[in-house]
Design a protein around this ligand. Structure first.
Ligand code: GDP
Ligand code: MG
Length: 692
C-alpha cells in the first residue's frame, strides 16, 4: 500500500456534548498516542487545549490530532459543535476527506446535528455515524437510527454495521450494555461469541437488513439475497465501500467514548470504508475542489508540484508562528519554496510538524494527502489567510475552491480597561480576527475603542475572554448590537456635483454620474467603473480618490452607518471644469453623487435572520412556539422526533434572538435546547421600532 493510500483525514462532527472530544481522546488512547485517557469534565483532554475550553468543557477551536491504527494513519480534527464557532467547522470540513458524525444515544438527532450534517453533505463528504453513550441507562440505539434515517433524506440511508447486544428496554447488566455485535462478522466486537439465542437472533435480523440494503445497491448482492445466502465477505465489503464512498449509505456504529466499547470497530470501519486522500480527489466532490489537470502538476523531473491549503494560521502562540496545512499534491520538505497564489507572497519551509493537538512533533518530509503543521523561515507572511492555496515555486498558479464563511451579524464595542489595554487592543483584536474569518474588527487607533463583530453573543464573549487570557488585554464590552445592512429599493441614475467659486479666477468643480441597481439577496456589493471613466484623462490620484469615496460610502451609507449590500454601483462618467483637477474635489464629488443617488433609491434596511432549531419536550411546544411568534419568528416546520420531543425550525431576526439562550432556559426550565445559524438578510419591517 502506498503511504498516502493508508491516510484517512477525518473530521469529527456533532451537536455540542454528543461526545466528540471524549471520542477523540478515547481514539488517541486506543491507538497508543497517549498513555492516560483525559476527561472533558476534568479539563484534561488533548484536544480541548484552550483555557476557555478546559474551563467550560466545550470545544471552541478545532484540534488536529494524528494516530496510527493498524496500517493506517488517521488525521482527526475534533470540531466544535457550537454554531458560533462555525468557521472552525467549515474549514475543517473543507480540507477533510470524510466525517465521523457522533450522535448521543439518549438524545439522538439534536438541533445542531442536522446543521453540521448538512454542512458535511455540502462538501459531499462520505461519513460514518457513531451512536455514543450506550453505557448509559436509557440509551436507545434503534430510535436514534430511525431519526437518522429522517435526517439523511431520500438519497442517503443509514446502514447498521454494529448494534448493541440487547434491544432498548430489555433489562441488562452494565457489562452487557458495553457489548457490541459486529454484524459483518456475526461476533462480538473484540471477537467473542454471542452469548445466547436472543443475541444470535438479533444478529441474524441485523445481517438480513444489512444484506437487503446492499442488494439495493448491487446486482450480485441481490442474487445472494434472493437465494437466501450470506455473500462472500470480500464482495460484501466491496459493495459496502462503494456505497459509502458515493454517499449512498452511511455506516452506523455504536458504543461508548467513555468506556471505549465499539471504538475499535469504529476505527476498523474508518480504515475500511472511508476514502484515502487520492480517492477523495477522484470523487465528483473532490474534483470540484481540486479541478486541475494532472499534467499541469507534473514537474520536469516527473514528480508532482506541491499544492496545499492553509487550514489555519497561528501567530504569536507559545509555539511561535506556524500554520496547519493540507497537502493535496507533491511532497514537502525543509527548504522548499512556496508561493501564496491568492496573495502573491513567497515563503520557504523552515520546519514541518506532525500535529498532536497542543504538541508539535518535528517531521522531515510530508507526502501528498497529509495534514501537518508548517513553519516558514522568518515567520508567516503578513497577509496570509485561512483558505489560501500555496503552490511550489515554479509550478502553476492555482487557487483551490474558496471556503465559505458567514458574515458577522452582531457587534459589540470593546474598550480597554486602562491605558495599557487600550494601546494593545487594536493589534490583539486584529490578530484574533485574522485567525477566525467570521470575526471582524474595526478599531479607532486614537481612542483605542474597537468594534468587534461576530456570529453571536457567545462568539463575542469568548473572543473577549481570549483577548484577556491570550493577549493580556482586559476589556469592557457594551451591549451587543445587531449589524443591519441597507440596499437600494429601485434603480436610479444620478449626477452629483461639487462646485465652489473660491475667487473670480478659481473654480473648484467636479461632477460624477453614478447609478445604483438592486441585486438579488445575498449578492453583496458590486462596484464598476465604466471604461470612459478610466479614459477620462484624469490624474491617477483623482481616480483613486473617487474609488475611496465609493468604498467609504458603501461601507457606511445607511442609517446608523450600516453598510450597503445587494446593490450594483456603477460610475458612468466624470468631468471637471478645473484646469488641474484636484483629489479632494473628486473625493467630495464622488461621495455626494453616491449619497444623493442612495437617498433617491428608496433605500430599505435589511436585518440579519437566523435559521433556528429548537428541540423541546412535547408538552412545552406550545409556549416555545408562542414565544417565537412574539419574536417575529416564522415557523418553517415542526415535527415529533423519536425521543418524544418536538423539533421546531424557524426563521427569526437576530435582533429578536439576543439573550435567547437565557430566555429559553427560563421558559422551559432548561429542558429545551437550540441552535442557530445565519440565514441571510430580510427587509426589516417599518413597524418594528424597538427590538429587545
Ligand atoms: P463534545 O461537546 O461533543 O466534544 O462532547 P464531550 O466529549 O465534551 O462530552 C460531553 C459530555 O458527555 C461530557 O460530560 C462527557 O464526559 C460525556 N460523555 C461523552 N461520551 C460519553 C460516553 O460514551 N458515555 C458517557 N456516560 N458519557 C459520555
Ligand atoms: Mg468538544
Amino acid at each position: 500500500m502506498a503511504a498516502s493510500d493508508a491516510i484517512r483525514n477525518v473530521g469529527v462532527i456533532a451537536h455540542v456534548d454528543a461526545g466528540k472530544t471524549s471520542l477523540t481522546e478515547r481514539i488517541l488512547h486506543l491507538c497508543g498516542s497517549i498513555r492516560y485517557c483525559g476527561a472533558v469534565d476534568e479539563g484534561t483532554t488533548v484536544s480541548d487545549y484552550l483555557l476557555q475550553e478546559r474551563e467550560r468543557g466545550v470545544s471552541i477551536v478545532s484540534a488536529a490530532v494524528t494516530c496510527r491504527w493498524k496500517e493506517c494513519r488517521i488525521n482527526l480534527i475534533d470540531t466544535p459543535g457550537h454554531i458560533d464557532f462555525t468557521a472552525e467547522v467549515e474549514r475543517s470540513l473543507r480540507v477533510m476527506d470524510a466525517a465521523v458524525a457522533v450522535f448521543c444515544g439518549l438524545r439522538g438527532v439534536q438541533a445542531q446535528s442536522e446543521m453540521v450534517w448538512r454542512r458535511a453533505a455540502r462538501y459531499g463528504l462520505p461519513a460514518i455515524a457513531f451512536v455514543n453513550k450506550l453505557d448509559r441507562e436509557g440509551a436507545n440505539f434503534e430510535a436514534v437510527v430511525a431519526q437518522m434515517g429522517e435526517l439523511l433524506g431520500k438519497e442517503t440511508h443509514p446502514v447498521v454495521l454494529a448494534c448493541p447486544l440487547r434491544a432498548a428496554g430489555v433489562p441488562q447488566s452494565q457489562n452487557e450494555r458495553e457489548a457490541i455485535i459486529d454484524l459483518l462478522t456475526g461476533r462480538l466486537d473484540g471477537g467473542g461469541e454471542l452469548p445466547d439465542e436472543a443475541a444470535r437472533e438479533r444478529c441474524r435480523q441485523g445481517r438480513l437488513r444489512l444484506l437487503e440494503q446492499l442488494a439495493d445497491c448491487d446486482a450480485a448482492m441481490m442474487e445472494a439475497y434472493v437465494a437466501g445466502e450470506w455473500p462472500d465477505e470480500g464482495a460484501l465489503r466491496g459493495v459496502l465501500r462503494k456505497a459509502a464512498l458515493s454517499n449512498r449509505l452511511v455506516p452506523v456504529l455504536c458504543g461508548s467514548a467513555k468506556t471505549g466499547a465499539g471504538v475499535p470497530l469504529l476505527l476498523d470501519t474508518v480504515q475500511a470504508f472511508l476514502p484515502s486522500p487520492a480517492e477523495r480527489l477522484a470523487s465528483p466532490a473532490g474534483r470540484r475542489l481540486f479541478n486541475i489537470s494532472p499534467t499541469r502538476l507534473t514537474r520536469p523531473d516527473g514528480g508532482d508540484y506541491a499544492v496545499l491549503t492553509v487550514i489555519k494560521a497561528f501567530r504569536g502562540g507559545w509555539q511561535g508562528d506556524w500554520m496547519a496545512v493540507r497537502l493535496y499534491s507533491g511532497c514537502l520538505h525543509k527548504g522548499l519554496c512556496l508561493r501564496d497564489c491568492n496573495r502573491g507572497a513567497d515563503l520557504k519551509i523552515g520546519a514541518l510538524w506532525r500535529l498532536n493537538a497542543a504538541d508539535l512533533l518535528p517531521l522531515d518530509a510530508v507526502e501528498a494527502g497529509d495534514v501537518v503543521g508548517l513553519s516558514p523561515e522568518g515567520g508567516l507572511p503578513a497577509n496570509l489567510r485561512t483558505g489560501d492555496t500555496l503552490a511550489e515555486a515554479g509550478g502553476p498558479e492555482i487557487r483551490l475552491a474558496r471556503m465559505h464563511f458567514p458574515e458577522p451579524v452582531v457587534t459589540v464595542i470593546l474598550n480597554g480597561v486602562d491605558a495599557a489595554d487600550r494601546a494593545k487592543l487594536p493589534a490583539a483584536a486584529a490578530s484574533l480576527a485574522e485567525e477566525d474569518p467570521t470575526l471582524r474588527c474595526r478599531c479607532d487607533s486614537d481612542s483605542g475603542v474597537c468594534a468587534l463583530s461576530g456570529l453571536g453573543e457567545f462568539h463575542l464573549k469568548i473572543a473577549a475572554e481570549r483577548l484577556r487570557t491570550e493577549y493580556g488585554v482586559r476589556t469592557q464590552a457594551g451591549r451587543p448590537q445587531v449589524l443591519y445592512r441597507t440596499c437600494c429599493g429601485v434603480s436610479v441614475r444620478h449626477r452629483g456635483e461639487f462646485r465652489r467659486q473660491l475667487s473670480p479666477e478659481t473654480l473648484l468643480q467636479a461632477s460624477v454620474e453614478i447609478s445604483l441597481e438592486p441585486l438579488p439577496r445575498g449578492s453583496g456589493v458590486e462596484v464598476r467603473f465604466a471604461e470612459q471613466v478610466g479614459g477620462a484623462a484624469l490624474p491617477s490620484g483623482c481616480l483613486e480618490a473617487l474609488r475611496s469615496a465609493v468604498d467609504e460610502v458603501v461601507d457606511a451609507c445607511g442609517p446608523t452607518g450600516c453598510p450597503l449590500t445587494d446593490t450594483r454601483v456603477t460610475v458612468h462618467e466624470v468631468s471637471s471644469l478645473m484646469a488641474e483637477p484636484s483629489e479632494p474635489v473628486f473625493l467630495t464629488a464622488g461621495r455626494t453623487a453616491l449619497l444623493e443617488a442612495y437617498a433617491q433609491s428608496r433605500p430599505v434596511v435589511l436585518e440579519p435572520v437566523m435559521r433556528l432549531e429548537v428541540s423541546v419536550p412535547a408538552d412545552q411546544t406550545g409556549s416555545v412556539m408562542a414565544d417565537l411568534a412574539s419574536r417575529r419568528g416564522r415557523i418553517l416546520s415542526h415535527a415529533s422526533v423519536a425521543d418524544g420531543g418536538v423539533r421546531v425550525v424557524s426563521r427569526i431576526p437576530v435582533a429578536e434572538m439576543l439573550s435567547y439562550a437565557t430566555d429559553l432556559r427560563s421558559l422551559t426550565g432548561g429542558r429545551a435546547e437550540f441552535s442557530a445559524e445565519p440565514a441571510g438578510y430580510e427587509v426589516k419591517p417599518e413597524a418594528v421600532k424597538k427590538t429587545r
